[in-house]
Design a protein around this ligand. Structure first.
Ligand SMILES: NC(=O)c1ccc[n+]([C@@H]2O[C@H](COP(=O)([O-])OP(=O)(O)OC[C@H]3O[C@@H](n4cnc5c(N)ncnc54)[C@H](O)[C@@H]3O)[C@@H](O)[C@H]2O)c1
Length: 383
């Protein structure tokens, strides 16, 4: 039996990404699947229905009912209503963010839909080609810098001319994971002087490897398992803010990307620290949607903040991967196609729960919530 893979047209306003490209369609077909794309699904990424058809996909009406036995590829988490409308046995593959969307998880459980959250994949080397968190964070890190450059109104690199010398921009990156490291490398390529801070032990070397200067606050490290950071206790978090304050005041541009899985983003920059920066400075907060690393950042807003002698710009990032939709879709689509190939054998569905990538990313299956942490958090919501 041939598996039917369906590509969803994303419903969220402003979402331009899509979970397949013509190249990933070819890959899915080579693995034995037939592919149907919802009409217009690729337009935000400049991909036409005709381009998908040329790659061998069929085009179906946007929002058309999903056939039983379909693997549905998506970017954004499906709503509870959309999930409830799926036939039992549908398999969904995409970003789920299950702790933030408990209603969609229970809807999938009750509708006997199997959901795979690519954002829950264990980050082992074999998962790299399916790792949507990494592929999308990479683009977010790049976009942070180009957003800041738009708002800055000055050059990043030092420039000497007969009329005078332009000083290089001083860029500070807080949180040097996948997005932060890409931001450092990008700002560096534009000629800025870049420094960074993070709480993971490996981060000092990682920052240096992409050309940044690591700011060691002598706070010790804070690590959970799997290469992730741990939340700092309140006194250490306050101390981190105090120690960062002079570095922030000396920067022209502050880019923040700090995150702790399952927690609100750590507050690294207070309103007082923002107010102590020079006029013309720019701050961009990638964590604006998840609690905010910077006090006062609002997702999707460019705020002009008065400071002594003028004003600065505080940008709260929102959906910034969509600003680079063609590339974001290209990587996301290949992540989805690689995972789909993992759950197929000879053109048929084959769910091997002994594979840690399959068992690590499944959220619901056979009418049950299979991920223990997600199940516990849903029980917590109900209690
Ligand atoms: N092996 C793999 O295949 C693989 C793939 C991707 C990422 N990783 C690793 O996973 C780790 C997490 O990457 P991520 O970008 O998804 O992380 P993330 O998005 O969870 O967090 C972003 C960064 O914020 C930092 N952070 C948290 N609290 C902070 C604080 N108070 N101050 C400063 N920084 C703070 C984290 O240490 C992290 O570097 C990294 O070590 C990365 O190298 C491994």
């Amino acid at each position: 039996m041939t598996i039917h893979v369906r590509i969803r047209a994303e419903r969220a306003p402003g979402e331009k990404r899509v979970a397949a490209t013509p190249d990933s369609v070819k890959k899915l077909r080579a693995a034995g699947a037939s592919v149907q794309v919802e009409s217009g699904a690729g337009l935000g990424s400049l991909l036409t229905d005709a381009a998908y058809e040329a790659a061998g996909a069929g085009i179906v009406a946007d929002h058309a009912a999903v056939e039983p036995g379909t693997v549905l590829l998506h970017v954004r988490p499906l709503s509870a209503d959309e999930t409830s409308a799926l036939p039992a046995g549908t398999v969904t593959v995409g970003t789920l963010d299950p702790f933030q969307h408990p209603g969609s998880v229970t809807a999938a459980r009750d509708a006997r839909v199997t959901t795979f959250a690519l954002d829950m994949l264990p980050r082992i080397s074999r998962a790299q080609s399916m790792d949507v968190l990494s592929s999308q964070a990479l683009l977010a890190g790049y976009r942070l810098v180009t957003l800041a450059a738009d708002a800055f109104g000055r050059m990043f690199g030092m420039t000497m001319t007969a009329a005078g010398t332009l000083a290089p921009a001083r860029v500070l990156v807080l949180g040097a994971g996948v997005a932060g490291l890409q931001a450092i490398a990008t700002a560096k390529r534009l000629g800025a002087v870049v420094s960074a801070n993070d709480v993971r032990a490996a981060s000092a070397d990682e920052v240096r490897s992409v050309g940044g200067t690591f700011i060691d606050l002598d706070l010790g490290t804070a690590e959970a398992g799997g290469g992730y950071a741990k939340e700092l206790a309140e006194d250490r978090a306050r101390r981190q803010q105090e120690l960062l304050a002079p570095h922030i005041a000396a920067s022209d541009i502050v880019l923040t990307t700090a995150a702790v899985p399952g927690r609100a983003a750590p507050r690294l920059v207070t309103a007082d620290m923002v107010a102590a920066m020079r006029p013309g400075s720019v701050l961009v907060d990638l964590a604006a949607e998840s609690g905010g690393n910077i006090e006062g950042s609002v997702p999707g807003e460019w705020r002009t903040v008065p400071v002594p002698g003028g004003a600065l710009t505080l940008i709260g990032a929102r959906d910034i991967q969509s600003d680079l939709a063609p590339d974001a879709s290209k990587l996301y689509a290949m992540n989805c196609a690689n995972f789909t190939a993992l759950i197929m054998k000879d053109g048929d569905l084959m769910l091997d729960f002994d594979d840690e990538l399959v068992s690590g990313s499944v959220v619901t299956h056979d009418g049950a919530v299979r991920n223990e942490r997600v199940a516990a958090s849903i029980e917590g919501v109900r209690a």
